[in-house]
Write a protein that binds this ligand. Structure first.
Ligand code: NDP
Length: 243
């Protein structure tokens, strides 16, 4: 396979979907993934192919190490390794910490943080052997500042930031760059729980006065994938001036 390759976890909707289209437009072969929405993945694949791009649909739950292993076996069958890994899959959980069950906590941490560990562990050996690769973690401003009623989510994203910084040091000698984007409010299904009043109240808190589109976030991810190699270990704020 001659095209550069990228795996974008959680690309059936939202930021991941926009990333898949942006990377495809830039000439990458895109491995697209999602847990539940197989139909949405197939539609996205059609859209990519009809605009002259190439992709592989890889359904699977990236919070499960066995699913990630199976996913990478398929990637290895098609290519000699990824050029770019975008750890994007994530879920939110809103409510008081005291109302969280063990299962709720573990689901948030395994989906938002352990998934990145499983995918990095699988992708790194190939990147090391080629002495090149990019890992981009989709984090949140709440990982930096913390959000009330989103303790597990904030903890998972703070963990992702720590993973980013540590792994960047571990992999810099192998010329692999690891960075994260700390997103502010991006207009996706993740914020669909907000009613009109809550949306406008939150928007007022954003100095830019609006939410970002998933396409804008994707543009930022693609920019990071193409950035000079000296940029590594950074948590880049993308929040309209929120933090
Ligand atoms: P969406 O809810 O729109 O999309 C989430 C995507 O992740 C879906 O494609 C979903 O696929 C996938 N996904 C969820 N769990 C799993 C899993 N276990 N395995 C594989 N795929 C999974 O969210 P966003 O696009 O808004 O969020 C993307 C990332 O950006 C997340 O990490 C989120 O935390 C982060 N972020 C988002 C912000 C926002 O305001 N939207 C702000 C800050 C960060 P499926 O439906 O098939 O399960």
């Amino acid at each position: 396979m001659k095209r550069r390759t990228v795996l974008i976890t959680g690309s059936s909707r939202g930021i991941g979907r926009a990333c898949a289209l942006a990377f495809s437009g830039a000439g990458y072969h895109v491995f697209i993934n999602g847990r539940k929405s197989r139909d949405k993945l197939e539609k996205l694949a059609e859209e990519i192919r009809s605009s002259g791009g190439t992709c592989t649909v890889l359904p699977g739950d990236v919070s499960r190490p066995e699913d990630v292993r199976a996913l990478f076996l398929k990637i290895e069958a098609e290519t000699d390794g990824l050029d770019v890994l975008v750890n994007n899959a994530g879920i939110a959980w809103f409510g008081l910490l005291t109302d969280m069950t063990d299962e709720d906590w573990n689901t948030v941490i395994s989906t938002n943080l352990s998934s990145a560990f499983y995918c990095c562990r699988a992708a790194i050996p190939y990147m090391v052997s080629r002495k090149s690769g990019r890992i981009i973690n989709i984090s949140s401003m709440w990982g930096t500042s913390g959000a009330s009623c989103e303790a597990a989510y904030s903890a998972s994203k703070a963990g992702l930031n720590g993973l980013t910084k540590a792994l960047a040091k571990e992999l810099a000698p192998s010329n692999i760059q690891v960075n994260a984007i700390a997103c502010g409010v991006i207009d996706t299904d993740m914020n669909a729980r907000l009613d009109a009043e809550e949306r406008s109240a939150l928007m007022e808190e954003v100095p830019a006065g609006r939410f970002a589109s998933p396409e804008e976030a994707a543009k930022m991810v693609l920019m990071l994938a193409e950035a000079p190699e000296y940029l590594t270990g950074q948590i880049i704020g993308f929040d309209g001036g929120f933090i």
